[in-house]
Design a binder for this molecule. Structure first.
Ligand code: A3D
Length: 310
């Protein structure tokens, strides 16, 4: 039997998620949006069905505003919420998106209680925590999509700067999804060569800063709305690792219970995603300087998480 993927939110990211999931034949897809946007969701689903003959995929794609239609979903990806507008911080979004996540959590808990859930809605670290608290799902079945995208941005900027294949750039970004996130140049390699040996400190500092501000750079360019292609692909990589038991190690917001000295917060950490969900969190021995940066981002995540009052 085909797997079922429920996309809660059928906006910019939701529609790209549906397209990539279909092209990868991850399963049948349900796009759920609020009643006012039910018809656009149905329209997008129909458009994707009509793309299938040329896209060469078999997947049934439907749109709905009724949670009954997500019944039994294997994976739920949540983008429901409002995106950032120019001049708006992710934290400005907290109050409005917390209300939306509460409705989503209730619907998913009732109709897809066994799903692996990937949260994308901002402010990410607080929304994934809220979803965890509101559903009561076990920690291995909830992850926030942030580090996978932040690391993709770090890798892309390095490849662009050095004029090399992005496939050869490996690295990771830790911490919260905001300007205090921590790219780790010391542990980044380009075809096995340490980044610190082929790029200058000035280059590395500039690329790290660009990574931390990457979401804002896109928001400024768009004028309205935030990134959608790269966030969608990043979440699909996580979903695929779960559905196909690929056991990929992807930085994502996972519930830390002692790891990195953190208890009870979702922090961006390298995690293995398998058929068991978030199966393992990897702890990295950090230098004093790296640890100081990590402590700063943890403090920021703690602050926004506490604002949820959950
Ligand atoms: P957008 O195109 O506005 O889509 C959001 C969709 O959610 C809209 O179609 C809404 O109608 C729908 N929606 C609103 N309320 C509900 C509800 N209660 N139930 C179901 N659907 C609802 O936004 P987008 O797709 O560009 O972004 C979605 C979210 O992702 C925003 O919160 C962004 O800030 C966030 N985002 C996160 C990242 C990360 O890296 C974590 C990157 C980019 C965007």
């Amino acid at each position: 039997m085909r797997k079922k993927i429920a996309l809660i939110g059928g906006g910019q990211i939701g529609q790209i998620l549906a397209m990539i999931a279909a092209q990868k034949e991850l399963g049948d897809i349900v796009i759920l949006d609020i009643p006012e946007f039910e018809n656009p969701a149905k329209g997008k689903a129909l458009d994707l069905m009509e793309m299938a003959p040329h896209g060469n995929y078999d997947a049934f794609i439907t749109g709905t505003s009724d949670y009954k239609d997500i019944a039994g979903a294997d994976v739920v990806i949540v983008t429901a919420g409002r995106p950032r507008q120019a001049g708006m911080t992710r934290e400005d979004l907290l109050a409005v998106n917390l209300k939306i996540i509460s409705t989503v959590a209730a619907g998913v808990k009732q109709y897809a209680p066994n799903a692996f859930c990937i949260i994308i809605t901002n402010p990410l670290d607080a929304m994934v925590y809220s979803f965890y608290k509101l559903t009561g799902f076990p920690r291995n079945r909830i992850a926030g999509m942030a580090g996978t995208l932040d690391t993709a941005r770090w890798r892309a900027f390095i490849a662009m700067e050095l004029g090399v294949s992005v496939a050869d750039v490996a690295g990771t970004v830790l911490g919260g999804h905001g300007p205090d996130m921590v790219p780790l140049p010391r542990l980044t390699t380009v075809g096995g060569v340490p980044l610190t040996e082929i790029a200058t400190k000035e280059q590395i500092d500039r690329l790290a800063l660009r990574t931390r501000e990457a979401g804002t750079e896109i928001v400024k360019l768009f004028g309205k709305g935030s990134a959608f292609f790269s966030p969608a692909w990043s979440a699909i990589v996580m979903a695929e690792s779960y559905l196909r038991d690929k056991r990929r190690i992807l930085p994502c917001a996972a519930l830390c219970q002692g790891e990195y000295g953190v208890n009870g917060l979702f922090i961006g950490v390298p995690a293995m995603i398998s058929a068991n969900g978030v199966e393992k969190i990897y702890e990295i021995k950090l230098t004093e300087d790296e640890n100081a940066l990590l402590q700063k981002t943890i403090a920021g995540v703690k602050k926004t998480t506490e604002e949820t009052k959950l």
